[in-house]
Design a protein around this ligand. Structure first.
Ligand SMILES: Nc1ncnc2c1ncn2[C@@H]1O[C@H](COP(=O)(O)OP(=O)(O)OP(=O)(O)O)[C@@H](O)[C@H]1O
Ligand SMILES: C[C@H](O)[C@H](O)[C@@H](O)C(=O)CO
Ligand SMILES: [Mg+2]
Length: 474
């Protein structure tokens, strides 16, 4: 077998370890381990359980050996913006507070008293999400200034897990850009901005791009696992890795569909024009220093919460089936309303919204699910209109990647709503992007272009077109 790499892809709802290698110009994947991920209340805040996540990572590495796999390298990707701080002895000073925690309420507006929204966007090109790292650090500075004074190291979630594996401290570029503290043009920490905000700039580490290597596993882990691996940096922001899997196509809009729906296009330059600011698009750093011009849409988080509210009685596939039985139910919500970011009860929040807007109130799982899927499709259409307005061009194809690509109803709704061709897949786009980045570092793949050709040849995509003919809309 050719050189094999191990991707650790941890999203907001699940994590997976996937081994991958190239054989006969096709990418072969083997899911080695999968586990749930969620936030939990710890004291006054919602946090990630990093100890449990690292235990799952080690369980997955042990499973490699049990399954006869001996990956040459390992690479981690996770969700964006969240971080931990270490003290001078490299001990954790903070919990991994989750971006859905309410500690950043009102912080964005406070930061704007130090730097204008326009200047912040002009320099970073990053969308204004109230949970961006810049606002989390501002919240921490207000609530626990002593912690920021003691902090010697800032590590984002994948950076910290890499540190536990390798003992090396570094910040990876694609994820660092999501902090809204990296200058889009220098691709370095914006030291003037940090000074202006009174944030200790010395705790930030060197920013390394995808395909970098942090060296090998710590000796005690080599002993524990029975084999060593090179700890490599893919695009450690999960969406950054997912977009690597989108075929090289100038007329394609991607929707990275998971907990969030990240809808956008790939560019060679940041677009920080006023219209992009007004529409709240972001320019997150991508592989090969490309840019991911995209916006966050609330995404399948909503159906994840609905599923939880129904005590996990129904699978995601069953929600799709139930929604298909409610084709005459048409109530919709504005999925991008902050009220859906972390409501007590998502079902009740959706029902209240429908009541407030004098729409039929969803009464059963099928109507609730149909409302979520219909509402997401409307939000995607709005974002696509905005992208086409900024680019002054029509895009022909939408490529839905990630777990949401399995939602056939939503894929059809996107085709019917946008009248564009919808390609669905690959489902494991993030893990695939993570693996191919490592294989590029290992010289198994020449570069991004070849990687995308291999991905294109390796995974079947489902195709959807609008059932409703424009001229004959019923
Ligand atoms: N069989 C299925 N049918 C329909 N939808 C599905 C199916 N399986 C998964 N999904 C959808 O995929 C979503 C999970 O996608 P994915 O695994 O990409 O998310 P994640 O990686 O856990 O989270 P993140 O977006 O943070 O990376 C679920 O919320 C669900 O809505
Ligand atoms: C909090 C971020 O917006 C989120 O992580 C998003 O960037 C993402 O990548 C979800 O998978
Ligand atoms: Mg994911």
């Amino acid at each position: 077998m050719n050189k094999c790499s191990l991707a650790i892809d941890i999203g907001a709802s699940s994590g997976k370890l996937v081994a991958g290698y190239v054989e006969n110009e096709k990418l072969k994947l083997k899911e080695v381990h999968r586990f749930e991920n969620t936030i939990m209340k710890k004291g006054d805040h919602f946090c990630w359980d990093l100890e449990s996540l690292f235990k799952e990572i080690k369980k997955g590495i042990h499973a490699c050996r049990e399954q006869g796999l001996k990956p040459e390298s390992i690479g981690i990707d996770t969700w964006a913006v969240d971080f931990v701080l270490l003290d001078e002895n490299d001990a954790l000073l903070t919990d991994a507070v989750a971006y859905r925690d309410s500690r950043t309420d009102g912080m964005m507006e406070e930061v704007f008293t130090h730097i204008s929204k326009e200047r912040l966007y002009l320099e970073t090109g990053i969308q204004f999400q109230k949970f961006n790292t810049i606002y989390q650090l501002h919240a921490l500075k207000k609530s626990n200034p002593e912690i920021l004074e003691k902090a010697k190291t800032f590590l984002m979630i994948p950076d910290y897990l890499n540190y536990l594996l390798s003992g090396v401290k570094a910040n990876e570029y694609t994820n660092a850009t999501t902090t809204q503290l990296v200058n889009a043009f220098t691709k370095k920490w914006d030291k003037d901005l940090l000074d202006q905000l009174g944030i200790n700039k010395d705790m930030f580490q060197e920013i390394l791009p995808p395909t970098s290597s942090l060296g090998n596993l710590k000796a005690e882990l080599v002993k524990e696992f029975g084999f060593d691996m090179n700890v490599l940096l893919p695009a450690t922001h999960d969406t950054g890795s997912a977009v690597v899997s989108v075929p090289e196509a100038d007329d394609t809009i991607y929707i990275s569909s998971g907990t969030w729906s990240l809808i956008g296009v790939e560019n060679n330059f940041p677009i920080c024009v006023t219209k992009a600011l007004d529409y709240n698009f972001t320019n997150e750093g991508g592989f090969d220093y490309r840019f991911r011009f995209l916006k966050n849409i609330m995404g399948l988080w909503m159906i994840q919460e609905v599923k939880r509210n129904y005590h996990n009685t129904y699978s995601f596939a069953e929600f799709v089936g139930l929604a298909n039985q409610e084709i005459d139910f048409h109530s919709k919500v504005n999925v991008d309303d902050d009220r859906f970011l972390k409501p007590e009860n998502m079902i009740e929040e959706i029902q209240t919204y429908c009541a407030e807007t004098a729409q039929s109130i969803p009464q059963n799982p099928g109507q609730v699910a149909k409302c979520v899927f219909d509402s997401l499709a409307v939000s995607y259409q709005t974002a696509i209109n905005q992208i086409e307005e900024v680019y002054e061009k029509d895009f022909q194809t939408i490529n839905v990647i990630g777990g949401g690509a399995q939602n056939e109803m939503l894929n059809q709704l996107i085709a019917d709503t946008t009248k564009k061709e919808v390609l669905a897949g690959p489902v494991e786009a993030t893990a695939i992007g993570n693996v191919v980045s490592q294989l590029i570092t290992l010289d198994e793949i020449k570069g991004l272009k070849e990687a995308r050709n291999i991905i294109k040849n390796s995974f079947e995509l489902e195709k959807y077109t609008s059932k409703k003919k424009v001229e004959g809309l019923r």
